[in-house]
Design a protein around this ligand. Structure first.
Ligand code: CMP
Length: 142
């Protein structure tokens, strides 16, 4: 079933000029880009986006990192997009990521890990709504 998910190209991806390479890898993996937006997150909006991690020891570092530079939000479509994207990007920790995944190729650490992907279809809907209005997404899903 064609599904939609959200990716964020994180500040390290933008800083290292990897936006094109990562998007190319996503396209080669069969994703269609149906929305794309570059923006700089405020501390308040990054804090809201990652609220689920509020009690984790890395939360304040995560918010500082996600607000240090611009990010690129991507709406992506593919069969089973949520699972497929997580497979394409690899494990959170690049040391544990499979060969040729985005994080294995480009990430420096668990925190500086280049890309975020929604972890469930329910969260994908919430996270897409966080970045995009309905009219900003090209409607390919019939
Ligand atoms: P992401 O997919 O954006 O979701 C939450 C983020 O928290 C995760 O990627 C990592 O960048 C970060 N994160 C998760 N675990 C750790 C950790 N143990 N130390 C630092 N950052 C982490």
């Amino acid at each position: 079933m064609v599904e939609r998910t959200l990716a964020i190209l994180k500040p390290d991806c933008v800083r290292k000029n990897l936006i094109g390479k990562v998007i190319d890898q996503l396209l080669n993996a069969g994703f269609q880009v149906t929305g794309m937006k570059m923006l700089k997150l405020s501390k308040a909006s990054a804090g809201q986006f990652y609220l689920v991690h509020k009690e984790r020891p890395f939360y304040s570092d995560l918010i500082a990192f996600m607000t240090e530079n611009r990010v690129v939000a991507l709406a992506l479509e593919k069969d089973n997009a949520v699972k497929a994207l997580r497979k394409t990007i690899g494990a959170t920790d690049p040391a544990e990521a499979e060969e040729n995944t985005v994080r294995k190729l480009y990430a420096d650490s668990k925190q500086h890990n280049i890309i975020h992907a929604s972890d469930s279809p329910e969260n994908a809907k919430i996270e897409l709504d966080f970045f995009f209005s309905d009219r900003e997404l090209i409607d390919n899903i019939s």
